[in-house]
Design a protein around this ligand. Structure first.
Ligand SMILES: *Cc1c(COP(=O)(O)O)cnc(C)c1O
Length: 396
């Protein structure tokens, strides 16, 4: 059997990107508004076309995209924004950054938004961010029906959902805005970076200006100029631009995106089938409308005590496998009770119960099936060792 593969390494950068980076370095043209044919503008048009969206704005991170989306919605200070309780700390942080107040919504044991809690909390909110956390899509039909009826805008945090479809539509194009990340551990790796897509001309015009298109740099964006002219000098400039090198790293990766999505899904489903046969493992099914694009696997440890869960994590680590249970690792940024920067952070018992049993293992698209076999058998070995030693301890 091959060795346990390196699961934490990022995707390597294609040769085509290296050549382009070298060309840019020789010109020194690193600023997106420096030259006429900016790689950042090219990335925006290519990304919008790939997703089937009218407009795209590349920025410094997905968090910046979320912040600009909230700002461009024109929410008043202290407006409440409904977000899932299972998300990355950057999401409530972007809400605070936009002078709004995050309201947390429960998530179920399948990692998706609890629709009853969502419907209950929606009326007090003025905007919604749906984090498709780890690429698990919440029921977008139900969410859009509720939000459309209430006239509330939906921002999709699709940082981890590039390539996922819902009823044949690209995730990120269902809400009013979709935000994506180019941080190293997402499907497209530029180290850092983000992009937002929308069909709304007025929203993108404001976001473009606020991202740092000072003076008349907005003329380098393909949005009808009337949409820009009315905002001239009326918006703060937050300077959250992407530089040309980052765009050059990403553009060649767009060509291999479909392949990464297909291989990631294959690897996920392969490992899910093997470990799902264990009595201690539950891999929640995807929703019927969802075609996932995973680069990691999440599963719930069932019929295990806290101590057994911790022993499993330690046993897997002893075998070289990082299998993290979100709620059982110290200071995890995806456990809402660690968000002590929130003024009001009431308990979310369903989400807490899920986080204390949900295990997270990276499963990059580049792995072969033989390597996936090693990952799966390492998980199963760690489980049976954990439960066997527990039995002995109970008997002794
Ligand atoms: C990574 C991630 C973010 C943050 O993206 P950055 O580009 O690092 O700001 C936000 N939400 C989710 C679901 C993520 O996975």
């Amino acid at each position: 059997m091959p060795e346990l593969p390196n699961l934490t390494a990022a995707e390597s950068i294609p040769d085509a990107a290296m050549a382009e980076v070298e060309r840019i370095l020789r010109t020194g043209d690193l600023f997106r508004y420096g030259s006429e044919q900016s790689p950042v503008a090219l990335l925006e048009s290519e990304f919008a076309a790939a997703l089937g969206s009218r407009f795209a704005l590349a920025v410094s991170s997905c968090s910046a995209a979320l912040f600009l989306s909230l700002k461009a919605l024109g929410l008043p200070r202290d407006a409440k924004v409904l977000i899932p309780a299972f998300t990355f700390a950057a999401v409530p942080s972007s809400v605070i950054h936009a002078d709004c107040v995050p309201v947390l919504c429960e998530c179920g044991s399948n990692y998706r938004i609890d629709l009853d809690d969502f419907a209950r909390k929606l009326p007090e909110c003025q905007a919604v961010i749906i984090s498709h956390m780890r690429g698990h899509t919440s029921d977008m039909d139900a969410i859009m029906a509720l939000c459309d009826q209430a006239g509330i805008a939906v921002i999709e945090d699709a940082a981890h959902s590039l390539g996922t479809t819902w009823a044949g539509r690209n995730i990120g194009t269902i809400g009013k805005v979709g935000c994506f990340s180019f941080q190293s551990y997402k499907l497209l790796n530029a180290g850092e970076g983000g992009i937002m897509i929308t069909d709304d001309e007025d929203l993108i015009a404001q976001a473009v200006i606020m991202s740092g298109a000072y003076e008349h740099n907005w003329k380098k964006h393909p949005v009808l100029h009337d949409a820009f002219a009315k905002w001239q000098n009326r918006l703060p400039l937050y300077n959250l631009r992407l530089n040309t090198l980052s765009a050059a790293l990403i553009r060649p990766q767009l060509a291999v995106l479909a392949q990464r999505v297909q291989k990631g899904r294959r690897n996920h489903d392969y490992v899910a089938d093997i470990i799902g046969a264990s009595a201690w493992v539950d891999v929640p099914a995807s929703l019927p409308s969802e075609q996932r694009a995973p680069d990691s696997i999440q599963f719930n440890l069932v019929d295990m005590t806290d101590a057994q869960v911790d022993t499993f994590v330690a046993t897997a680590a002893g075998k070289g496998l990082k299998a993290e249970v979100f709620g059982r690792s110290t200071d995890n940024a995806r456990a809402f009770w660690n968000w002590n920067f929130l003024a009001d952070n009431p308990d979310q018992p369903k989400t807490r119960a899920m986080l204390n049993r949900a295990c997270d293992v990276r499963l990059p698209a580049r792995l072969s099936l033989a390597e996936c076999d090693v990952v799966a058998s390492t998980i199963l070995d760690a489980l049976s060792e954990t439960m066997a030693s527990e039995k002995l301890a109970a008997r002794g």
